[in-house]
Design a protein around this ligand. Sequence first.
Ligand code: CBF
Length: 812
Amino acid sequence: MSQPIDAFELRDAAAAQPAPTPAQFRQALLRHLQYTVGKSPQKASLFDWRIALSHAVRDHAVDPWFNATRRTWDEDRKRVYYLSMEFLIGRLLEDQAINLGLREVVVQVLGEFGLSFAEVAEGEPDAALGNGGLGRLAACYLESMATMGCPAYGYGLRYEHGLFRQHFENGRQIETPENWLATDNPWDFTRPEVAYPVGFGGALAEHNGAWIWSPGSQVLASAHDTPVVGYGGKWANTLRLWAAMPSADLFDLNRFNAGDFAAASEPEALARSLSRVLYPNDTTDGGKELRLSQEYFLTSASVQDILRRYLAAHQDLLKLPEFVAIQMNDTHPAIAGPELIRLLVDEHGVNFDTAVQTVTGVLGYTNHTLLPEALERWSVGLMRKVLPRHLQIIETLDTQFIQLQGSAPDPVRLVSNDQVSMGDLAFATSHKVNGVSALHTELVSKDLFPVHNELHPGRIVNITNGITPRRWLKLANPSLATLITDTIGAGWETDLERLRELEPYADDPAFRDAFGRSKRQAKEHFTGWLAQEHGIELPADALFDAQVKRLHEYKRQLLNILWTIAHWQRIKRDPQAGWAPRVKIFGGKAAPSYHMAKLIIQLINDVANVVNNDPETSHLLRVAYPPNYGVSMAEKLIPAADLSEQISTAGMEASGTGNMKFALNGALTIGTLDGANVEIREHVGAENFFLFGLTTEQVAERRAQPGHARTALEASQTLRDVLQAIAEGVFSPDDRHRYDGLLDAMWNSDWFLVASDFEDYDRAQSEVADCYGDPDRWQRMAILNVARMGYFSSDRSIREYMSQIWNVESAL
Ligand code: CBF
């Protein structure tokens, strides 16, 4: 007989497990090694130790997790549900150990077995369930919500294969499947009992004025939970990832018995494909149906789970907004509006207009991009095929939206040109819509949603992105974190504005030295890893100039590599001119179908090949492009950087968060007035930031000038020399036409204004060089960057979401 839950003896939050002594932790570790992994210390491999250690650490997450869950129920608290197709989590072991206050004890106990924590942790595969900034933001926000005591769930998909692995062959990007679940995922709590059917396709029928949807096929969404512990272990939330499972009737036993094994398993395989792979978000064609189905799968399972939890404690569905806040991370889960309306209307008998009002009170939508190709639009035909009832609801919402616009001659539509605009749909079904930096939000209001904005003044709010200082400073940069704690004491981890206390030390030579030493340590850590992992040797005393992010033309890795060529040509012309040694570091993946981005990768590698092997210059300039950039590489690379390249075409990067991670770790930024760069510059001080480039308004004007590319090129001898060298095959002697397409775009279109911004970028780069030649000045600027980055903590962002959008209070 099952026991009532209250009969279990649960510790309460105040009495969360005390920190274990080394002896206790050793005991727990050995117990897991023996009874969970089935190995003795003598026979255990690093893998075995990692799994045992993860379980020993995870045990400490369970009490705060249970307590937080129980308190939320007992106190009938409002919960936040963060729906995201991406969670770029990276590794969890060290992160959890830090948040649970276990890092020191782990280091000590592993040391007793002759093991280092770093070595054990290095074996953990990155959970790469995301493409880039949007997914990493979701992971930072989950951690911050737990730290702030905000009762929350993250909902995502448990992709079997996360973001593809990248390697280079002859400089070209090659993609292979990623396999993070191939061995064991010790963080997973499998919940086979939590499974929801998700329907697709089928037919609609009207019965007594109500619509009945009979899906043509069904897939089960089965839950896997990971506890997400906040810093200090006071609160923990749940990341619930859905895995697609075939419903029992999908396996055709008769066909199997008749020997048709493949056909018998096909429907099953199709069902599983819903959580098989993460889609690279830049891909524009192919697999559209699968992608839409994945989005619906995530959304429907999550919404069913949310309603089930709500109805376990409440009856009145109209009170949903008092207890439930759902945040849609971009448009990917934007089908949440129609899905919730469908459930309220079709399954709970709520009147349509009331359902719309209720749903709008619950939903919030974060816009992360203005790029038209990333603002999802689904064809009406596809929508009708996959989600016929939802299409019908969207069409009704569209009619209502047109009516709201009165006599507007050309009203904005949710459905137009045979396409459903998911951005407009998300806006229309949310009570708040937020941009992710001040500039971005302004552009969202002015350029993307001007009509919505006029109809619903105040619905758009800005919440500038943030990053968690636990992962991006304490974990990633132990030497700097220790220096900070030694200087201003602990507490900055949860109150990042306290870094301001470092400001006076910018003028203290002893502190500047210590700061320089900590940067040196981070560089050595990174170069040591790079040499061991990738066989790339770099001089740690050079200026580390880094651009790491997804490959995209608007991010302008091209501008960076073209300048690198110009720099190389100058060194060759005058090798004795006192150049500061520089290492240009690139990292990032291109979407597999994005031809131009892949060509830029190849160019970077081709340039690296020539420059690194040039005996005249290789002591002054190196280009490094370690493959397969991801969260755990970022954790090593970012602390080592001196210069952070944030050089997107103004108006195109919604926010950026890499820019924040670099500045927090004492790298100076060379950047445009784009995304959060604008606010970073305001915070750290214009004099501590290398600004260049056209502004958003100037970008629009320049683009409107016919022949602007040619005009800009004609004005820059330096850039023409660079393009000439590429055209002559200096970097591609085996194929001098390799870059013809790229050169043609440079001369004739240059949509991303690489040529227009080149000269000013060059000027800013010489300022960088001058400044780096004055170490005291550089160090001072770097310290001030660290000291003034407190605003960019994701705790601040989450606090703003809680008060401005979710209307939810901290439980702590
Ligand atoms: O808001 C988080 C990030 O999202 C993106 O990565 C995205 O995928 N839309 C943007 O490109 C970033 O600017 C932004 O920081």
